[in-house]
Design a protein around this ligand. Sequence first.
Ligand SMILES: C/C(=C\Cc1cc(O)c2ccccc2c1O)CCC[C@H](C)CCC[C@H](C)CCCC(C)C
Ligand code: SAM
Length: 236
Amino acid sequence: MLNEALPDASEIKALFDRIAPVYDQMNNWLSLGQHRIWKQMTVKWSEPRPGDRGLDVCCGSGDLSQLLARQVGKKGQVIGVDFSPQLLAIARQRAALTSPHLRLEFVEGDALKLPFENNTFHCATMGYGLRNVTDIPLCLRELHRVLSSGAKVAILDFHQPQGQLMQTFQQWYLKTIVVSTAERLGLTAEYAYITPSLERFPTGQQQVKLGLKAGFSHAIHYPIAGGMMGVLVLTK
Ligand SMILES: C/C(=C\Cc1cc(O)c2ccccc2c1O)CCC[C@H](C)CCC[C@H](C)CCCC(C)C
Ligand SMILES: C[S@@+](CC[C@H](N)C(=O)[O-])C[C@H]1O[C@@H](n2cnc3c(N)ncnc32)[C@H](O)[C@@H]1O
């Protein structure tokens, strides 16, 4: 059972292994397909160029990895890293079907100890991962370490909207639509975890400060979807 206060890494890994079979479908249904748009915006903000080496951290089923791979093209290369074997298996299956012509690979690894040399990547993305790691400052330092000078990482995640009305809508949607849908799949606790994880997630401006503290030279945060989502863009 998830520890309501602060699930540890093994609990988070187990959670995503459990939801892996329904993860993509649930995201499509529950966001009415909008998550694809949020992810396309995220990739654009990472400023990938043809031939780049790209990294997608906490890649899950590989949505962002695939989008990034299409941007760096056949001369580029993208690596997706995640610690959920079940989601990585889905990422590999999907990539083999939809992007066999692209240099896209998936490795099992920890975002808090990335298995890559310093200054390796020209661009990076991270989608709905920062809120799920157990040490946000360490994760940002790792991202800084593996990026080359001038490279950007775009980090997409849930956010608590500023406005009371949007906050009330988001809380209602998560409780009434998301969790009740998950309930039918026997995944109530897994999806109910989103709300407490959101409540303790730093605000966009707090994330900017954390990014600068991690050593990035520039940091900017873009609220999207009425403030229910947001993208932090950090430049090394
Ligand atoms: C792709 C999305 C969420 C990924 C995701 C992140 C997590 O941390 C999880 C933790 C536990 C279980 C599942 C996840 C998870 O799937 C975003 C879209 C899917 C969301 C579940 C739907 C959230 C919708 C917004 C709150 C409101 C959308 C309004 C609608 C467009 C009218
Ligand atoms: C909500 S999913 C996001 C997946 C994908 N980026 C997307 O946008 O759909 C969060 C992912 O982060 C991974 N994750 C969480 N903590 C991690 C860590 N410390 N190291 C590697 N992966 C981690 C989980 O296994 C899961 O696949």
